[in-house]
Design a protein around this ligand. Structure first.
Ligand code: CU
Length: 123
């Protein structure tokens, strides 16, 4: 009978964890550079996406108004981290840009989003 107790306690803990799991949310983007709808006077030197917890960023790319893409390397794919930074390889042309990101959330689910920003043409 005594041997039953650890099993029961483990079973109860497992049941509690199973109940708690659906309540846990996906990781969230907390901040980006450039920020959503930012209007910049010059091409940004780097791209930053910061999350509320450690994620693995699987895709990070810049897309211009004509749909041309610039893929950026991601470091957090190899070692999960809350902040992904990528150097912009060459100056971005003035106009609208879209930063597209995709990541594996800390809970293992895929998440993604878009950040729009504009680079003003010099006067
Ligand atoms: Cu999730």
């Amino acid at each position: 009978m005594i041997a039953v107790f650890p099993t029961m306690i483990f079973g109860a803990l497992a049941a509690l964890l199973a109940l708690a799991a659906p309540a846990a949310a996906h990781s969230e983007l907390r901040r980006s550079v450039p920020a959503q709808n930012a209007v910049l006077d010059a091409s940004p030197p780097e791209i930053v996406v910061a999350f509320n917890e450690r994620v693995q960023v699987t895709t990070l790319r810049l897309v211009d108004a004509a749909g041309r893409q610039i893929r950026l390397p991601t470091a957090t794919l190899r070692a999960a981290a809350a902040v992904e930074r990528a150097v912009v390889p060459s100056a971005l042309a003035p106009g609208w840009w879209r930063l597209e990101w995709a990541a594996i959330s800390a809970d293992g689910h895929p998440i993604s989003g878009r950040v729009h920003f504009e680079i003003r043409s010099s006067p």
